[in-house]
Design a protein around this ligand. Structure first.
Ligand code: COA
Length: 388
């Protein structure tokens, strides 16, 4: 039924004045980040993302997202103190996570837990910049706790409360595994969070801005963003990349696997991008850290599969890997279950979403585009008894 097109419909392409999927459409202004496809570059508030990844911790980048400037020592200390003080979640929220079906996807769990957090907030309708900033830090602090609680619960293990003495990334490992890995592993994870933090008007951020434009609240916008991020064409791709690598399993089979996929015209997950056509600015940094993980874990085979798939795809189709391609195997080697890869992306992207939500709320007009109607012309309604 949804395929129905009015047989009398006459194509009027001029009436649709944007390309399908809004390709190339500039929707609004933003000062959060800039993707430059011509130079393969990405800046957050003016800073190149690869410089931030190498020199900063994720908490500094979160502050930059919200405040527009990098923190000095005192500002970072105050910010971290607040974030660490907000990490705990209520017993009711923990019970909600525990009550979810064990087989539900962790993206559905985190979507539900964030929704519940909104129900608990007595200031839900207060969307002043100061209150939204405070809520953004709460989301940053509590989302990792919710994801880790779900991670443990799905394995039948006890919840591990957050430790305020640890950095955000260290604490996440602590809450998931009960221990903190080597500093290089924590750094690789922190780098992934920085690279995933923000990417202009991508599908989930745009979704969050649409919800915000109706003067709805930050939790509703975040829940909507999580829903958009879950899809395999967006954040869900990092999980699909690892499923694909596990299916290939042997580096010697990777070339033929890719050639067969191209002949079958299959979408290969972790490749391609709506904006970048000559390579994703974030990939060289993440690939370097995925390689470090392979060295640390003695699992070079995933990088061998990576290199072969990349070589054949670029050679045959000139389509380049996106960030999900190195992030998938990196998370796998860190020990995360595959269906937790996209929730980790949520941990990072909550910073970008919140920055955009605050920006949208500060200069708002409801986002309400048009469509060109191609359904049935106006017709008379028949009573139920006369319908055949
Ligand atoms: N595997 C195989 N072919 C791909 C491809 C992929 N991952 N990505 C794009 N292509 C091909 C398309 O089939 C199309 O070929 P055609 O012109 O012969 O029909 C061409 O490249 C253009 O792709 P298109 O689908 O128009 O790009 P888009 O801008 O609409 O979509 C993505 C962008 C990211 C959704 C798309 O590249 C994709 O689905 N990638 C896999 C999922 C993924 O990794 N998502 C994470 C994004 S960060």
């Amino acid at each position: 039924m949804s395929e129905y097109i009015n047989p009398d419909y006459v194509a009027e392409p001029d009436k649709v004045n944007t390309k399908k999927g809004l390709e190339g459409s500039v929707i609004d202004t933003s000062s959060v980040s800039k993707v430059n496809a011509d130079t393969n570059s990405l800046i957050y508030r003016g800073y190149p993302v690869q410089d931030l990844a190498e020199s900063c911790r994720f908490e500094e980048v979160a502050y930059l997202m919200y405040q527009g400037e990098l923190p000095n020592t005192a500002e970072l200390a105050a910010f971290e103190k607040l974030e660490r003080s907000y990490r705990e979640i209520s017993k009711s929220n923990l019970d909600v996570i525990r009550a979810l079906p064990k087989k539900c996807h962790p993206m559905d769990s985190i979507r539900t837990a964030v929704s519940f957090l909104g129900c608990e907030d007595t200031r839900i309708w207060d969307a002043t910049p100061a209150t939204n900033y405070d809520k953004a830090i709460r989301l940053l602090a509590k989302i990792p706790t919710m994801i880790a609680a779900d991670f443990r619960c799905k394995k039948g293990l006890d919840f591990i409360p957050p430790n305020p003495k640890l950095s955000l990334s260290e604490n996440f490992f602590h809450m998931c595994f009960g221990k903190i890995p080597a500093a290089e592993v924590v750094k690789a994870f922190d780098v992934s969070l920085i690279l995933y933090a923000e990417h202009s008007f991508n599908a989930s951020t745009f979704t969050a801005r649409v919800v915000t434009s109706t003067e709805s609240d930050i939790y509703s916008a975040t829940v909507a963003g999580i829903g958009a991020l879950k899809g395999p064409l967006h954040g869900g791709a990092n999980e699909q990349v690892m499923h694909m690598m596990l299916e290939i399993a042997d580096p010697a089979k990777a070339e033929q696997w890719m050639l067969d996929s191209l002949i079958a015209k299959r979408k290969v997950m972790g490749f391609g991008h709506r904006v970048y056509k000559k390579g994703d600015s974030r990939v060289p940094t993440m690939k370097k850290y995925a390689q470090k993980m392979a060295d640390i874990c003695g699992q070079q085979k995933w990088m061998d599969i990576y290199n072969t798939l990349e070589r054949v795809m670029v050679d045959k189709k000139k389509i380049y890997p996106n960030l999900d391609f190195p992030a998938g195997p990196a998370y796998y080697m860190m020990g995360f279950e595959i269906d937790f890869f996209t929730p980790v992306f949520v941990m990072a992207r909550t910073t970008g979403w919140s920055a955009h939500i605050i920006e949208q709320a500060a200069s708002n007009r409801i986002i309400r585009p048009l469509s060109q109607y191609i359904g049935a012309e106006q017709r008379s309604l028949k009573p139920l008894s006369e319908r055949i």
